[in-house]
Design a protein around this ligand. Sequence first.
Ligand SMILES: [Zn+2]
Length: 234
Amino acid sequence: MNSYTGNKRSNTYKKKKGRSKTGKSDRKRIFKNRYILIGAAVLLILTVVLGVRSCMTDGTYHVDVDASEPELDVQLLDVNPYSRPGINTDDITGVVIHYTANPGSSAQENRDYFNSLQYSQGTQASSNFIVGLEGEIIQCVPTWEVAYASNERNSDTVSIEVCHPDESGKFTQETYSSLVQLTAWLCVKFGLTEDDVIRHYDVTGKICPKFFVEDEDAWTEFKENVGKAIDKTV
Ligand SMILES: [Zn+2]
């Protein structure tokens, strides 16, 4: 009870004032709680929306490249019959994408493997370019020379071998970005479009590159990204 013992009016006044004060702070508290609830609801909705979005975009890559010449680490193979025959190509009419099928191997290891074939003399294999796990690009064979990568299309295409971290054959973000830029640059260089970009699979039916053969949407999206990169430049 109110212990105020002054005159009635003043007591009433105080009481009223007191009640009114309490009412205000209650309302404030209610408003505060409401804001907290609204804030929590907004946070929850955002979490759900972002979560769903990240699930939906899982497996796709962020690409922000154009068709300018990427940084190339030129380490040409020795001219030899097993990986660099030194034969000039015909006119280039396509770019062929491959994967190394050797999980975790680096661009440098693959380049050195190609160069070592002149000594082991058992296999003929190479490619014009190798894109590594960190997005680095090694050039092994000049674009006007034949590389041994794409069977009957060796003489009229440029080949790109792509490194991958595991058995799935999926590329890292860095690898993917570099691959888009390199492919787009080659297209512009040879007057081609993204429609002239093919998989080894399209030449021989070989599951290469695995990721782009098993996931047709990923392949379509890759070509679209190449097209966008070309559009940014020409
Ligand atoms: Zn291949």
